[in-house]
Write a protein that binds this ligand. Structure first.
Ligand code: SF4
Ligand SMILES: [Zn+2]
Ligand SMILES: [Zn+2]
Length: 312
């Protein structure tokens, strides 16, 4: 198998593109897919400051790596969830990457430690308020990333969601006809109001397998294990189903998700109406000042419930 571009020995085959690449041309392909995503979805420009949400996993570290190599000003934030047997290793990977590749590009890694800030790790917090760990985790991560982006004046927040993540999420939303989520499933969500950072997903054109190959070929040291809380999740099941479809018919994931994006772009006059709707109903949380639709934001409510449960 030879490289489609330079005809030397290929290191990876990409059935959905009917192509194979050597390491150099594969890196070019990955960089090009990210550059296309940034341009097509008007994610950010060369002068913008980007905050990458890193977890120590392959997707977020590969995203940080690509953005730095493309010349963008990208710092990162790592949220330490305090999950024993997972968080210490994932943190170590994020810090090591920041000390090597990040430092070479003068990029900074910010960290937020749930145990220190909230007085307990994510599992204990979730138990205290009787909520599934992943739902409590989602609230904390969304809040802390948005807060860091706004407080440190980043123009945009980038996450490492890839084509497999987005296709699986779309499948879940369609299976349950969750139209309000479908509306917001875009690779680029504008800063709806003052106090909410713009959110983008520059890896949406690349599959999980392609990103794993990029990480390995570029010697990015990432945590291979998934978060133990993800076991048995519906997302993993949807990914499995889509992988079976992909094996039978290469390109299935891409046409499913990209097809949805095409239809969405035709149906919606950008996100103007969503912005107006959000703007009308949001105001500062009376406890922390972050934007919310209620009087107190869901993060502050969650923390108040956790400390009440602790002291009772
Ligand atoms: S699997 Fe759940 S607990 Fe783990 S990082 Fe994801 S959302 Fe958080
Ligand atoms: Zn080549
Ligand atoms: Zn609040």
């Amino acid at each position: 198998m030879n490289c489609k571009k330079c005809h030397t020995k290929a290191v990876i085959g990409l059935p959905r593109h009917n192509a194979a690449f050597c390491k150099v041309c594969f890196n070019e392909f990955v960089h090009d897919q990210v550059a296309r995503a940034i341009k097509a979805e008007r994610m950010f420009g060369p002068q913008d400051r980007i905050l990458v949400a890193v977890s120590g996993g392959k997707d977020s570290l590969a995203l940080w790596d690509v953005l730095l190599k493309l010349g963008y000003k990208a710092d990162a934030l790592y949220v330490d969830l305090g999950i024993s047997g997972y968080s210490a290793t994932s943190r170590e990977k994020a810090v090591r990457f920041a000390d090597t590749v990040g430092a070479a590009h003068k990029a900074t890694l910010l960290t937020h430690t749930v145990q220190e800030a909230e007085g307990a790790g994510i599992r204990e917090l979730a138990d205290l308020i009787h909520r599934p760990t992943c739902s409590a985790c989602g609230t904390i991560k969304r809040y802390q990333f948005n807060r860091a982006a706004v407080e440190h004046h980043y123009d945009v927040m980038a996450t490492g969601h890839n084509l497999d993540d987005e296709a699986a999420r779309l499948l879940g939303n369609v299976l349950h006809w969750q139209e309000e989520y479908l509306d917001k499933q875009s690779p680029s969500l504008p800063a709806s109001v003052e106090g909410f950072a713009k959110k983008v997903k520059p890896l949406y054109r690349l599959s999980e397998r392609e990103i794993a190959a990029y990480a390995v070929l570029n010697r990015i040291d990432y945590i291979v294990e998934e978060c133990p809380m993800a076991k048995g999740s519906k997302m993993l099941l949807y990914k499995e189903v889509l992988n079976r479809l992909e094996t039978e018919s290469p390109g299935a994931k891409q046409s499913f998700y990209w097809g949805f994006l095409d239809k969405q772009a035709k149906a919606q006059p950008a996100s103007a109406s969503m912005t107006e709707k959000d703007q009308a109903s949001l105001h500062p949380c009376s406890t922390c000042g972050q934007p919310t639709t209620a009087e107190i934001c869901s993060y502050c409510k969650m923390m108040a419930r956790a400390s009440a449960a602790k002291s009772s």
